[in-house]
Ligand binder design. Structure first.
Ligand code: NDP
Length: 479
């Protein structure tokens, strides 16, 4: 199935008639083509967005809210179709797309549809000076949203929904590896009555189509989720133009397990936080540190559970681990397993490609647990972003805190303990944007979301996202 750009409410082929193959990771076959959009395509998207801006930015909050909530309802009504498309495009189990990805995309629209009606600004009386200041929160204008392949519609809508709610018009690009649900979203937006040009979706390669968005002098803000190297590049390009930037980047998150935790709960959640979505979630707990007194027990129990996970075709209901997103990503993850061996890591389970009957060319890999000799090794420091976790023991709180913080990233951390004082001490000192205590991936859309260090700058989520997508203007009136 070929997909097209969504510009000014209509579907268009790329001007240069340049196309890119779209692969189905579950069988390695090309199943369609997507536009390899040029600077001219991006310019057309920008012109459409600019033309729509006066109308949309002046549209009443209740009307904007109504349209966003309608998009949410239509996504829910099309759950099966979207989940199938996401699973086919990305390789993730359809059960996951149905339970998490598409419902969350719908929630993003519903949440920001409601949030904008509650968004307020401040006023300050300048006592003694007979003046009052108030803050206007105005839309920025035309903004760019660029998202990765791991949670395609989930992350695409996480940006688009607040941008639109705040009254901006958008030029957006999904990852070229997983463009399908973004394409289908265009149809839904038309059906929901989103005015033409308010949202424009261009498909293509990061280095050309994405580059044209970030370089565009009149696209005033960029919300980007993706790898740290790309985020660094975007920051360099955007800085001289003084664009507003929100960068949600990579992670190498610690999962810290103390002996006093609720063991069964921890064990089951740790399997999920290690391997959900084939380990391709920026929030996965890819470095597991276990208190020495329960280390051997944990190692035995964890490996036994991981061995039970079924690697299979994404469409099968009992599949736990689907296909990785692309051949090049599979090769990258396999290369890290070799690096682990070269660094004297011990492969406790997994480590091999899997052949799924009938889908021999799909990109399947066993969930892999590596016992590492020290925390400095490359597999413990670099983001692998696949079904691979490292395991090592620790002896004291200070010891584990130091190891947890000794990476360049700082996105999330998970802590398993029932000791309140320890919880408070560690969650204060862990260098990360989120600390989950006795849980993982429990998300409340009102909370600030983002990372520190090389995991990014800025916060999205709740009113933080609405603040990002607006300019604050102070008005001072003397009376
Ligand atoms: P990339 O950084 O490769 O790509 C992300 C997006 O940026 C894609 O749409 C890509 O296009 C585009 N892009 C690439 N180069 C440019 C450029 N020069 N200008 C503009 N856009 C560009 O990341 P991945 O898609 O590989 O995603 C995986 C990464 O995302 C991991 O590092 C992961 O940790 C991170 N991530 C972070 C999250 C967070 O919230 N902090 C959440 C989820 C993932 P194309 O794909 O077409 O090249």
């Amino acid at each position: 199935m070929n997909i097209q750009n969504y510009i000014n409410g209509n579907f268009h082929n790329p001007i240069d008639n340049n196309w890119i193959d779209n692969y189905n990771p579950s069988n390695g076959e090309v199943y369609g083509q997507i536009p390899n959009s040029s600077t001219e395509d991006v310019e057309n998207a920008y012109i459409a967005a600019k033309s729509a801006l006066p109308g949309w930015s002046q549209t009443g909050l209740e009307e904007r809210s109504r349209i966003l909530i309608r998009v949410s309802e239509l996504l829910e009504a099309n759950l099966q179709r979207f989940a199938e498309a996401e699973s086919k495009d990305n390789g993730k189990p359809i059960s996951l797309a149905k339970a998490i990805d598409i419902p969350r995309a719908a929630s993003n629209f519903r949440f920001f549809g409601h949030a904008i009606t509650q968004f307020a600004s401040e006023s300050h009386e300048s006592t003694g000076q007979q003046a009052i200041n108030y803050t206007l929160r105005q839309p920025i204008g035309v903004v760019g949203c660029i998202s990765p392949w791991n949670l395609p519609l989930y992350l695409f809508t996480w940006k688009i929904a607040p941008a639109l709610a705040a009254g901006n018009c958008v030029v957006a690009k999904p990852s070229e590896v997983t463009p399908m649900t973004a394409y289908l979203l265009g149809e839904i937006c038309n059906e929901a009555g989103l005015p033409k040009g308010v949202l424009n979706i261009v498909h293509g390669l990061g280095g050309s189509t994405g580059q044209a968005i970030i370089e565009h002098p009149d696209i005033k803000a960029i919300s980007f989720t993706g790898g740290t190297a790309t985020g660094t590049h975007i920051a360099k390009v955007a800085a001289p133009m003084f664009k507003k930037l929100s960068l949600e980047l990579g992670g190498k998150n610690p999962n810290i397990i103390f002996a006093d935790c609720d063991y069964e709960d921890m064990l089951n959640t740790t399997v999920r936080s290690s391997f959900a979505n084939q380990g391709q979630i920026c929030l996965c707990g890819s470095r597991i540190f276990v208190e020495a007194t329960i280390y051997d027990q944990f190692k035995t129990d964890f490996v036994a559970k991981v061995k039970q996970l079924k690697v299979g075709h994404p469409s099968e209901a009992d599949t736990d681990i689907g296909a990785l997103v692309s051949k090049s990503h599979l090769d990258k993850v396999k290369a890290y397993i070799q690096i682990a061996k070269d660094e004297n890591g011990t492969i406790l389970c997994g480590g091999n490609a899997v052949t799924v009957n009938g889908y021999e060319n799909g990109y399947y890999l066993e969930p892999t647990v590596i016992e590492v000799p020290n925390d400095d090794c490359r597999v413990n420091q670099e983001e692998i972003f696949g079904p691979v976790v490292t395991l090592m023991p620790f002896h004291s709180e200070d010891d584990v805190l130091q190891m947890a913080n000794k990476v360049k990233y700082g996105l999330s951390a998970t802590l398993w303990t029932n000791n309140l004082k320890r919880t408070m001490r560690l969650s204060n000192q862990l260098q990360s944007g989120i600390v989950w205590v006795n849980t993982w991936m429990l998300r409340d859309l009102r909370t600030p979301f983002g990372g520190v260090k090389a995991s990014g700058v800025g916060r999205e989520g709740g009113f933080e996202a609405l603040r990002f997508f607006t300019e604050a203007k102070n008005i001072c009136i003397k009376y």
